[in-house]
Design a protein around this ligand. Structure first.
Ligand code: RP5
Length: 168
């Protein structure tokens, strides 16, 4: 699924439809920052041939970054990284059995030589994966860079405008 009519620059993939409630936060951040993206289910274990095709074809299709989220035995980010030279950002999704610690360790402990940039478990990780992907795209795109800077400035202003921690 593609977020707008522009060719996608970031691919957001996940191991299962059950990962969407977390991974939608990566898509939301990309959309907020004006970065075109696509999202789809690609499973390391259930659709390994699709994983290889997706990763091998990603650069040729014009993607600049791949965000891969998975839970449990979360092999998707590492296997995608093994098949493309594009930067891969891994998002550990909270698992039902181990609360995402299994996902985190599966993603973060890559062997030297194949890199995955691992984010935090869950919503914060997905949000920051979207932000970091935009920052990478922004290296070559001044409009996206300006959107990231505006987002950061607005966030700072919002905190400074509400110094009282007590609820209204
Ligand atoms: C992983 O297994 C997925 O990334 C998901 O987080 C987890 C459970 O998948 P479902 O059984 O909910 O489809 O591959």
């Amino acid at each position: 699924m593609q977020s707008d009519t522009q060719a996608p620059r970031v691919g957001v993939i996940m191991g299962s439809t059950s990962d969407w409630p977390v991974m939608e936060h990566a898509v939301a951040m990309l959309e907020r920052l004006g970065v075109s993206c696509e999202s789809r289910v690609v499973s390391a274990h259930r659709t390994p041939d699709l994983l290889f095709d997706y990763a091998k074809g990603a650069a040729e299709r014009g993607l600049s970054v791949i965000i891969a989220g998975a839970g449990g035995a979360a092999h998707l980010p590492g296997m995608v990284a093994s098949q493309t030279a594009l930067p891969v950002l891994g998002v550990p999704v909270e698992s039902r059995a181990l609360n995402g610690l299994d996902s985190l360790l599966s993603i973060v402990q890559m062997p030297g030589g194949i890199a995955v940039g691992t984010l935090a478990i869950g919503k914060a990780g997905a949000t920051n994966a979207g932000l970091m992907a935009a920052q990478i795209v922004g290296l070559q795109d001044a409009t996206v860079r300006a959107a990231v800077e505006a987002f950061r400035a607005e966030q700072t202003r919002s905190v400074l405008d509400h110094p009282d921690p007590r609820p209204d």
